[in-house]
Design a protein around this ligand. Sequence first.
Ligand SMILES: [Zn+2]
Length: 554
Amino acid sequence: MKENMLVLEMLLKNKIITRQNIAERIDEVKRTKNSILDLLVRDRVITEAEIVLIFHNEWGFEPYDPRKDVLDRCVLPFFSKEQARKHLVFPLNQEDDDQLTVLMADPTDEETLRSVKRIADKRLKILVAEKDCIQNLIGKHYHQKYANQKSADLMKPGESNETTAEPTIITLVNDLIEEGVSRGASDIHVEAFPQKIQVRFRIDGVLKPIGLLNQETWKGVITRLKILGGCDIAEHRHPQDGAFTTTHEQRQIDVRLSIMPTIHGEKVVLRLLDEKKFLISVDDLGFSNEQKQLLQEIIEAPHGMLLVCGPTGSGKSTTLYSLLNGLDPRTQNIITIEDPVEFQMEDINQIQVNEKIGLNFASGLRAILRQDPNVIMVGEIRDEDTAEVAIRAAITGHLVLSTIHTNNAIASINRLMDMKIPLYLLSVALRGVISQKLIKRLCPNCRKKALASEAEKRLLGITDQDIELFYPVGCSLCHGTGYQGRIAVQEVLKITRRIREAIGKGEDYDTIRKVAIEEGLKPIEESLKRHLILGNTSISQGLEILTFENEWHR
Ligand SMILES: [Zn+2]
């Protein structure tokens, strides 16, 4: 280990060591090729922590704080194990696309720093850490299985393959899926371009570049995925679909595979359906206590229809699965018909729509009714035929849960009226409607509280007082975005006698909404305001809901 004279000078200057301490060790240094610093630490003249402090006080490097500076395993491939060991560097995370945070034991060593910069090929944010700490991290995270595969296969353009072990495709595919699941990705995209094979994850609705694969590996990966998904491995010219199931931390992960031939090769999208995301207890779905009470009343009715509405990607299926999961499948016959079955549930009979053989929502539902069901979940009501069978099921002693693609609870009623459902049937069948939207959740680690502006207060309909709201900042936990995950904002409409009468008379949207609000409907803005005050989200995320709802009901 070579000596860093600058550090020794600073230790001397700060009177942490004496010239005597150094002089006593010169002989041993010559003999053993250890550095004086190492010997001083060994002999407990100084501690590693004191060296870190010198880098901080004299050069301004921030010390590594494991509670604050989180590790993102995706950046490990920036260095191979050998490179990390040689330069005592450990990649920690990436706040945006061009800045990599690394831990270094000695950032003042110019030569090492140059090598590290060249290998990373990124702007570096350097945190200084104890040598032992970096060695431990390297030992712990660059273990055989992960590091060799990843640094060999998920690599940056132009980087040579420094590792010697031949990667096994099976491990690489497993790692890819594991990485996606552990980062909460909903989809993994692997796409071919002339110069590169790109991997991206969709996290919280946004696609993020993750790394690159080389051409040769990619061929193996695609074959492996086709085998797992039950696809034809010899077919390269037609689109193919497949599915398989894997596990992660004892959870079931269903993977749906879609392969599409593009001009540069086959593009693969893996949709990850994580049991953790679907089996959220109703308590964790974001409902207020009052809304939970209403839901309980709706679902306890022996029969009738409960609808969940909202745009695509608003978490309607998650809410349905959570509601189903709260029922007792041992004493009730619960059957679902879905397109597609997004998540497999224990003790529940799930049917997959198959248009090719004429098994659609309506025909499937008719068949289900002959199976002595208690509870029926219909994936989506999107045509008159399905609407009618579902409504009839709801009035003949079944609890029917379904989704409908509308913007709010009242609009769902009008939508069913437009589908020519007889008003007397609709008014008797419908028990309740949940309207739901997903918005980004503020990172609880870095959000900050501040006084709301006049314009923001106007949006919330507050004019006479000052209020404080929460705003995004960005930290390593949220990759600098200020947000982590999403929350649902909802309105829960319970159909009361007065609302039922209004439906029976075929009243228009405005009239039914007026009655519903008189009957206690808390519109979705109310739920949003509750989340804003609690600091769960920011006003910029709620803007669409606030402005849209204001326009719509002006
Ligand atoms: Zn944060």
